[in-house]
Design a protein around this ligand. Sequence first.
Ligand code: HSE
Length: 333
Amino acid sequence: MRILISGFGTVGQGLAEVLLLRRGFFMERYGEEASIVCVMDSSTYASDPSGLRPEELLDRKRSTGKVGAEGYRDPLKVMDSVDYDLLVEVSPTDIKTGGAGLVNIRHALGKGKDVITVNKGPLALRFCELVSLAKENGCKFRFEGSVGGAMPIINLCRESLVGENITSIRGILNGTCNFILSKMDNGQPFEQALKEAQQMGYAETDPTNDIEGYDSACKVVILANSVFGKGVAFSDVKITGISSITSEAISLAASNNMVIRLIGEVSEDRLEVAPRLVPRGHPLSITGTLNAAQVVTDLAGPITISGRGAGRVETASAILSDLISIMDDRKKR
Ligand code: HSE
């Protein structure tokens, strides 16, 4: 399997680490490596048809801030110059236009390449178009890490629960907001908690996307489309963020044995992100940067999962699960 990675920030580097850690696993399961043949960061690229060494890529990025010696202007030209099977698109997300990620994904699918992405912008804005494009070109298109990071919510619903009628999913889909609200539970002011979340590297480049609920809304769109087959976009979600939640509201909730959590919700008649009162001890009253989701189904009843919603190798672990699924499918053919 020849992989082209677009984006070598936290997640791209995490993927290089994970591929290094799982080299033996791939050899044993498939008799071949999952080999990185090209990596592009925002201004440079490195490529080698016989495979780049992940440890060298990581070292170079660490010491020079760049992944390659070659600069580029047009990512599509770089993509076209490389012989690859799979694009892993993990460049910074743009939830207003879809950004370069959208262009790269369209290009790869158009050329019949499989794609894995955790890039929320393209999925929240152009989900149906991209899924159709993948289908037309006979490509696999997977995006587990785009919702809940390491928490395997999409594959749980689409694979393990495929025989169920899923009636709703409610979840904490943004670690930054959950961290801030948990800190506010302990009396910390909003601004100070936000600063801490940014220092931990959890918040988006523009934290407005976290605190105003836009990041959660992207994830709601991805769940609505991929699990419920709704065919919706970002503009269809009713969104209220957490920026106007006061310490008084938090104290009032606490006096009723409740906490306030930012909940994303998808059901037959609801597509919404809003702060909600959650009883203490409820599975969605979790604290810190964790994500959680409660899936309600007709046969199994409610199923709750939680896990790390972001992070270097955590998000890469979701990419790994998509990669294994794609490689398993190829092996069957
Ligand atoms: N900013 C996001 C969060 C990162 O806080 O959950 C993962 O999408």
